[in-house]
Design a binder for this molecule. Sequence first.
Ligand SMILES: [Zn+2]
Length: 345
Amino acid sequence: MPFSALVSFPRAARAIPALLGAALSLNLALAVPSSAAPSWNVPEKVSQGHAFVVTGRDSAPFSAEVQWRGKTIPVKAQPMKEAGRWEAAVMLGVPLDEVKKQPLTLRATDSEGETSSRTLTVTPLRVKWIEQQLSVEPKFVTPPPKARKQIEKDRAHTGAVLSAISPVPSWKLPFQRPVRGTVSSSFAGRRVFNGQPRSPHTGTDLRGPTGTPILAVADGVVVLAEAQYYSGNAVFIDHGQGVVSMYGHLSAFAVKKGDKVRRGQVIGKVGATGRVTGPHLHSSLFVQGVAVDIMPLFENRLQVVGGPTPEVKRLPQPAPRKAASAKKAVPAAASAKTDGDAGKK
Ligand SMILES: [Zn+2]
């Protein structure tokens, strides 16, 4: 599907010629005019585990509510550079294991109080995720009983920050890459530790020696900065509308809960805290609580506005790691070169 197809409707003047960063994962897009209002740009198909952006534009201010997967995300149109044009944008996500078509409802209210509503369908495109066989010390696979309390507490804290949907968006695409290092373990890889399958990887591991500064991917507010069992020293930044970036295994924090941060600001340093086999940054993005691949949102991975819609491009996967002999557990130190997460995440 190399090009987007903008379907022409009678009110052609409302059709959007450029697809913004919306077509992150690719696809056909529909410009949907309706009587009272904005024309919406919605991708028809989105790859599993990917974020996508829905935009609405009009010649007057408007507000809207976007309903997606049981969540309602409020959005207010902002004036565009072009005089007399207003745009609202919402980032949404498709879970990495979603196989069913999902309804997407757009309700807009214009400046005169007139409302319009439209429900479209977004179809998930299947992605073949990689599987990694790893052999590690048993303590990395099964947490000791005394860790259970901590794990429960971590889950409660994380769940709370991921379920909040603050109304004002501060995210902007493209995101700042938090460290320059290459990918050592990609998003959604299914890890099998000592033959035991674990949950898919909820983030991307980026290489970086201990002490490397970690940069915030976008403007936002630090909603959590604490030591967790699996993630080690972890920072969560809320970018509004339920878009939250997460940074794990830090050796040091440079921010605390409540801090406002700017895109590119140093929020901590790369480390090997938590359950890891070596220093790296675990970089995650959650969109209304759904983990999505953050890599396509970094610079140089978005299409140029007005340019052709890119095809779905999977990241170059790291060379498959040699699974160590199943009979011989590899001590953490010896497997440090894999610099990945250990255990369930
Ligand atoms: Zn990771």
